[in-house]
Design a protein around this ligand. Structure first.
Ligand code: SAH
Length: 312
């Protein structure tokens, strides 16, 4: 950088360094989804998933190594938190994947839905979003094309609105009792009512809506009563519901509902006037779908299967 003075160059060379993430492994699914495994400088591994879908090319980013939370249906949740990612490690996933694509192909959307709970690492996520969205000096992506998904850290939703990105909330249950069982840590910190109150207070920009994600677990939260309660919880909000039939992983304690159950659930929600979509779970064959990211050490004890859970 000869346009900088020699003194500044000297100072930079002693204080700063330029590095990049390089995937150590790339797995490609039959459906075109790709999972990128990156090893960080301390050798910890994170994963990003590239999801081509019609005219969209979405990258799903990790925000933590492991996760602060302990949702029982999520593989990452079982790893515990190894550490938070730094802003450059979040941005680095985008740059590394974009660099591998042919120049005419650009990422169109980013989802902060990979490993980790983004709002448990809000400072780094905020800084990463700033770098990804800044026009003059950043990557220049529109915040409208970025979605942050949270398990429900209600008091931090304000930070999402300040970032200007879309908000998705992983609801996954319709009673406190059910949510305590499925998502113990976050549910104890923010009971359902507090979470829904914060969602209703979220300042939505014109033409935007909230997304409620709902993982469907066979015999756990997939009944008609659940669907009716879900409708009651979100009624009157500008929102849509994304239904995610459970993606199994080795040792997972839950099962995916039958297709008919998923369709019946969807139709109860849509009949009430709320848009509900069934998320196509892509990349399941490479453990690249929702809830399948991460690894457990060989010796890790599996969380025991809850008593009430059918494993048939
Ligand atoms: N911590 C954030 C983002 C990561 S999880 C959050 O909870 O929103 C991204 C989505 O995958 C969430 O909606 C979560 O509920 C869902 N999910 C987790 N495990 C899953 C699994 N095994 N099958 C299907 N969806 C799962």
């Amino acid at each position: 950088m000869t346009d900088l003075s020699k003194t500044v160059r000297l100072q930079l060379s002693s204080e700063a360094r330029i590095s990049a993430l390089t995937p150590t492994e790339v797995l490609t699914s039959d459906d075109g989804t790709q999972k990128f495994i990156f090893h960080l400088e301390d050798d910890k591994a994170i994963e990003s998933v590239l999801i081509p879908d019609e005219e969209r090319l979405t990258l799903c980013l990790s925000t933590q190594v492991g996760c602060t939370l302990d949702c029982t249906f999520c593989l990452t949740g079982r790893m515990g938190l190894l550490r938070n990612l730094k802003a450059h490690e979040i941005v680095g996933q985008v740059l590394a994947v974009q660099r591998r694509l042919p120049p005419e192909i650009r990422l169109t959307n980013l989802v902060l839905m990979g490993m980790g709970e983004p709002l448990a690492n809000a400072d780094a996520v905020e800084e990463a979003v700033r770098r990804l969205t800044n026009q003059p000096w950043g990557v220049g992506l529109s915040p409208r094309r970025i979605t942050l998904s949270t398990a429900g850290l209600a008091s931090r939703l304000k930070r999402v609105s300040a970032m200007g990105v879309n908000l998705a909330i992983s609801l996954n249950a319709t009673t406190n009792e059910q949510r305590n069982r499925l998502m113990p840590a976050v549910s104890k910190a923010y009971p359902l009512l507090a979470l829904m109150k914060a969602c209703r207070a979220f300042p939505l920009k014109p033409h935007r809506r909230l997304t409620f994600e709902y993982v469907l677990l066979r015999g756990e939260n997939d009944s008609e009563q659940d669907a009716t309660r879900l409708v009651k919880l979100v009624r009157g909000m500008r929102c849509k519901v994304n239904l995610i039939p459970f993606n199994e992983f080795p040792g997972s304690p839950f099962r995916r509902p039958a297709d008919g159950t998923v369709l019946r659930f969807q139709s109860i929600v849509t009949k009430s006037g709320i848009d509900a979509y069934i998320r196509k779970s892509k990349g399941r064959d490479i453990l690249g779908a929702c809830g399948q990211l991460g690894t457990l050490p060989e010796s890790a004890p599996l969380i025991p299967i809850p008593q009430h859970c059918s494993t048939a």
